[in-house]
Write a protein that binds this ligand. Structure first.
Ligand code: MN
Length: 332
């Protein structure tokens, strides 16, 4: 059976003085309340709230959020009441669980873009506290990870809803890893054939790609170290869904896009963004028409960043690098 100490250790990494009693109490309560329930996979139900709580800990949320994650389905699915939780765990945890219960009663039916946007607004409005939204995202991610046990029609509906509602929310909150994992999981159910094809290609080239990312990162960091610009460089491979989007949007073949890597340079000030751009364009040849200045001309959702695509060459090989440059403030 699950060892609650694993979760507590995870929390201690960022909250060394955490009051572990609150967590243990929520765990025991959830285990007792869900004791006779099973998930579709046949596992004991409590595995799910524990999974959600560890995701919430990975996101370094406060103790109330972790307790709420452990308790998040208890009012909806057991005889526990909001009042019970208030008495046992205090008003903050009870408020979070109550909001999560309300959010779970919202039903998303329509598939039109406008409706999706309205539903996102409704969800964010009902949630009120950003912690509720984060726990809800963790809930969705844990459900997507175990979607295999559901019927095909449910898999399709839930995956569609994930792409329409939860991916944009993860994106808005800037939680990139949840966004990409949700996209790839949903894509796997909605378009299994394309998913397998791209995944196979990506897997074949994984190690050289990782080495390549490291090589470019070192090169960029080296060059920035010669200046007095304080900047961080992050490199990453595109997720499977991102590759697929690129194939659709730019009408390209898998061969041309599967190994595109992206880099993000985070600076302190706006003028440093333009300095970094100058350095990047001096180091690599930029591709015509791919430079976008979303700092001077922000996107309608407020997004600000410089985008450019440049060509990296070594011996006889050439690869495209997509580079985004922004300040820490814009990043947030
Ligand atoms: Mn749940």
């Amino acid at each position: 059976m699950f060892d609650i100490n694993q979760l507590i250790e995870k929390i201690r990494e960022y909250l060394p003085d955490v009051d572990t009693n609150a967590i243990r109490k929520a765990f025991v309560y959830a285990s007792k309340k869900h004791a006779h329930q099973k998930r579709k996979s046949g596992e004991p139900y409590v595995v799910h709230p524990i999974g959600v709580a560890s995701l919430v800990a990975e996101l370094r949320m406060d103790v109330a959020s972790i307790a709420a994650a452990l308790l998040h389905d208890s009012v909806e699915d057991t005889d526990a009441t909001a009042e019970d939780l208030r008495i046992l765990f205090g008003p903050d945890v009870a408020f979070l669980v109550d909001s999560l219960t309300k959010v779970s009663y919202l039903k998303y039916q329509d598939r039109k873009e406008k409706q999706a946007e309205n539903f996102r607004k409704l969800l964010l409005g009902t949630a009120r506290d950003v912690r509720v939204v984060v726990i809800k995202l963790a809930d969705r991610l844990d459900n997507m990870r175990t979607l295999d046990a559901m019927r095909p029609d449910q898999q399709e509906r839930i995956s569609k809803e994930t792409l329409d509602i939860y991916v944009p929310i993860a994106n808005r909150l800037g939680i990139q890893w949840i966004k990409s994992e949700l996209e790839d999981l949903a894509f796997r159910y909605l378009n299994p054939e394309q998913f397998m094809k791209i995944a196979a290609e990506v897997e074949k080239s994984e190690r050289p790609r990782r080495r390549f990312i490291e090589e470019v990162k070192v090169l960029l960091e080296g060059r920035l170290a010669d200046t007095d610009i304080q900047a961080e460089v992050h490199g990453r491979a595109k997720n499977i869904y991102g590759i697929y989007q690129k194939m659709l949007n730019q009408n390209k073949h898998l061969d041309e896009v599967y190994d595109i890597v992206g880099f993000r340079v985070i600076t302190e000030t706006k003028s440093q963004c333009y300095d970094v751009l100058g350095i990047v364009h001096d180091m690599f040849i930029p591709i015509q028409g791919r430079f976008k200045d979303y700092i001077a001309l922000p996107k309608s959702n407020g997004y600000r960043s410089l985008h450019t695509t440049v060509v990296w060459r070594k011996d006889k090989t050439a690869r495209n690098l997509e580079i985004q440059i922004r300040t820490r403030d814009m990043h947030r």
